[in-house]
Design a protein around this ligand. Structure first.
Ligand SMILES: [Zn+2]
Length: 359
């Protein structure tokens, strides 16, 4: 995700705020102005948004720091107008770990609510009704407390991608295999989503939006778990292309483009004296044609950073390393020599075939 602003680093975890967050602030200010509120009240409501997102950040840190205890790193935490996202580098496989990592988020909100509790000035009922609509100095802490309770309760809804969905899956996974547990949790999630959408049509349109969000999240999670089960036990040796599309480094980009047009291959390994020295992708060729002209040499257009993975690497780890390196392909090696390559296209093909065989 681009267009996000770095705001800080806690325990090695970078925290970003997405640009659409500015839209949220603008929306709140616009609504306040439309409602005829004064500058002080507008400042209070903006301060409230910041405090709320501070709590969301702490919630996400709850997940990330617990994950760290199980040696799962967090790539970053991004704050979006709809909430926070902590991108963990791996999803915990053990039910107990997933349970604790997930529970940690809502528990942070419960803890914040408990800490705020002694500082709340509870208004009498008539006053409360008047003040409910907008945040000010008198009800700021009370509002922050209630929003933390809401966050904890809302996140415990047993539907992906809410924390409650993950907790449900983890509990089911104690008894069932992971794919089945995910499928059941996703099914329940989608049922909840449908109820949300229906309720939303009768009352709060925001629920329709949340319902759709949950529905898609559940679907994605079920597919992801099924995909992981599909690649389980598979090594790169089984997936790799044995016929290596290669180009000599002294060839020109014109020759490379010719090869691109004549064959099926989109990505090439560049060789010098039969040794791999780099990679040249479809987009490298197009880029070089535009920037350096067709007489440029392959060796000047190639990517010199080669990734090589041993043939007995699991497909899952291989995919992860490809993704982390942001490289389109990797060499597959056996005892130091190249025996094949893997790229996104042939991995996708492998998965499609496996999927088809299963049905
Ligand atoms: Zn959470």
């Amino acid at each position: 995700m681009k267009y996000k602003l770095f705001i800080g680093k806690i325990s090695g975890i970078k925290i970003f705020v997405h640009w659409t967050f500015a839209l949220l602030i603008a929306y709140v200010v616009y609504n306040d102005i439309k409602a005829g509120l004064g500058t002080t009240e507008i400042l209070w409501s903006v301060a409230f948004i910041f405090a709320l997102f501070g709590c969301v950040t702490l919630h996400e840190l709850g997940h990330s720091l617990t994950a760290q205890r199980y040696h799962i790193k967090t790539r970053d935490i991004t704050l979006l107008p709809i909430g926070g996202v902590a991108s963990l580098e791996a999803i915990p496989e053990k039910p107990k770990e997933e349970l604790l990592i997930t529970l940690a988020g809502p528990l942070v909100n419960v803890a914040i609510a408990l800490i705020l509790l002694p500082f709340v000035h509870w208004p009498d009922t008539t006053e409360a009704l008047q003040e409910l609509s907008n945040v000010n100095g008198n009800n700021f802490i009370m509002s922050l407390l209630s929003v933390n309770v809401t966050l904890a309760v809302f996140n415990m809804i047993p539907a992906f991608p809410m924390d409650g969905g993950r907790i449900l899956r983890a509990l089911l996974a104690y008894k069932l295999d992971r794919v089945k547990a995910t499928r059941i949790a996703a099914g329940i999630g989608q049922a909840v989503a449908v109820v949300f959408v229906i309720l939303g049509f009768y009352g709060n349109p925001f629920l329709v939006f949340i319902g759709i969000f949950i529905f898609l999240g559940a679907q994605g999670e079920a597919r992801y778990a099924a995909g992981r089960a599909l690649v389980k036990g598979v090594t790169l040796k089984q997936v790799m292309m044995r016929e290596i599309p290669a180009l000599e480094s002294h060839l020109t980009i014109r020759d490379a483009a010719q090869q691109l047009l004549q064959g099926q291959n989109k990505n090439f390994i560049v060789l010098t004296n039969n040794n791999p020295v780099g990679t040249l992708t479809h987009s490298d060729i197009i880029k070089a044609l535009g920037e350096q002209g067709e007489n440029a040499l392959v060796e000047n257009a190639m990517d010199k950073e080669l990734i090589s993975l041993p043939a007995d690497t699991s497909l899952e780890d291989g995919l992860k390393q490809l993704q982390l390196s942001r490289k389109p392909l990797a060499l597959v090696t056996h005892q130091g020599s190249m025996i094949g390559i893997v790229d996104a296209q042939n991995i996708a093909e492998f998965l499609l075939i496996k999927q088809a065989q299963k049905n």
